[in-house]
Design a protein around this ligand. Sequence first.
Ligand code: FAD
Length: 293
Amino acid sequence: MRRFVSAAPGTKQVVDRFIAGETVDQVVPIVEDAVGKGLEVTLDVVGEDITTVEQSHAARDAYLELIDRLKDLGFGEKAEMSVKLSMFGQALEGGHELALANVRPVVEAAAAIGTTVTLDAEDHTTLDSMFAIHDELRKDFPQTGCVIQAYLFRTEDDARRLAANGSRVRIVKGAYKEPAEVAYQDKAEIDKAYVRILKILMDGEGYPMIGSHDPRLIAITQELARRAGRKLDEYEFQMLYGIRSEEHLRLAAEGHRMRVYTAYGTDWYGYFMRRLAEKPANLLFFGRSILTK
Ligand code: FAD
């Protein structure tokens, strides 16, 4: 499947909608453009589920190369990084330690240029390790963020803990196929859980980052922030590059902090397939584009 999708003639055109480029040189002008428009970014070097220790070192080096380029641009926290620990070898034998050892220099380098890193949430089996790495990194770099997923039953408890300890937390609906034993399956149930978690975050001590394109959740966020007495710089919205771009600009123009999750790199397969799965129309469009080429 991976080979077929990657080689299909119409793929590139659809991938380009979601992936900002393949190299640091290609993504830097996109970051400059976004910041020039009043947006902020979180940069993701695409990649996940690596199988060798060397690939973990390569993941570290790819982020360090990016940070080295950002250093000269002086964007500070306007350009932060998102990382997937499975790209740093979390699933390998001894992978928890390996991922921590290779992500730490990235977090350190980010702090040195005045910005930070957020740990993405992957499938539910990886989360205890992710939260433990997050706690460990926060001892030296308290601004390190993490992601929680509204579809998981466990997340309200995670939100309470993170909100009480003053963490930066991105809340998303969740993008992985999870079993009914651990996650809500019904969209309405997920949305209700999202709102309950939003309340916990807004009423807590931390910095909530609202990762969603859902207009209802955006309106609810604004209302909950108002009720919690939060100022516009005490939370932020986040959306994905290529999705509802007009909305990015509208919220920024209203004075909100709007951060665009900007993925780039060559190992885009996993990221791209999750974007296709989120919206049936994307699959139809993709199917048509490979059939008509
Ligand atoms: P939905 O109800 O899915 O979408 C609302 C509307 O947004 C749709 O009607 C459509 O107009 C638009 N839309 C949404 N997705 C698409 C799409 N793919 N293509 C075209 N239009 C679309 N998930 C994780 O599991 N872990 C993470 O670490 C993670 N990080 C994220 C970071 C950010 C900044 C964002 C925005 C999402 C992240 N996600 C992550 C993905 C998230 O879990 C959802 O799968 C995704 O955001 C879709 O949910 P939604 O809240 O936008 O609502």
